[in-house]
Write a protein of this length. Structure first.
Length: 159
């Protein structure tokens, strides 16, 4: 195990848990939590603030959108995304399956992880996750739109 987070409202019980672990394993106490699994934890008088700003900036860079113009909504209004099977059923031709399905799946996975601190992305990412098995170019473009939306406020926090 690499990292372990112990939390609770009773400092005495937390201390006991640390002692028990320390007696059985080689454990190093890193003190107050600052980062955990890509999530930055900030404390103030008002409470605890969680942010994935660094993760969001890395995602923007990996998607190749560092120079792209940010946008104000994660998904187009009234956008209709359809499956390949639906397109075949209604006779729509032209758009086939995306050549690199793995890239789409990885991007959607990263966006899903970002929804931990960005609930504003949840609907768009949930819609896009429905096309994980057979994504089309329109699905890829919609996923990149979500990344461009993240670029408009990469450090949006969750309290």
């Amino acid at each position: 195990m690499d990292d372990l987070l112990i939390t609770g409202s009773n400092a005495e019980l937390i201390g006991e848990a640390k002692q028990t672990l320390h007696s059985s394993f080689k454990v190093k106490d890193l003190g107050e939590l600052r980062y955990f699994l890509g999530i930055e934890v900030l404390r103030s008088k008002e409470g605890i603030l969680l942010t994935q700003r660094k993760y969001a900036l890395q995602l923007i860079s990996e998607a190749g959108l560092a120079a792209a113009k940010p946008i104000s909504t994660p998904i187009e209004l009234n956008q209709k995304l359809t499956t390949i099977d639906y397109d075949k059923h209604v006779g729509v031709k032209g758009e086939g399956e995306l050549a690199d399905i793995g890239s789409y799946q990885r991007l959607i996975g990263k966006l899903l992880y970002l929804t931990i601190t960005r609930p504003d992305l949840s609907f768009a990412v949930q819609v896009l996750s429905q096309f994980m098995q057979h994504p089309k170019q329109s699905h890829w473009n919609a996923a990149l739109r979500v990344v461009r939306y993240v670029k408009s406020a990469p450090g949006l926090e969750f309290c």
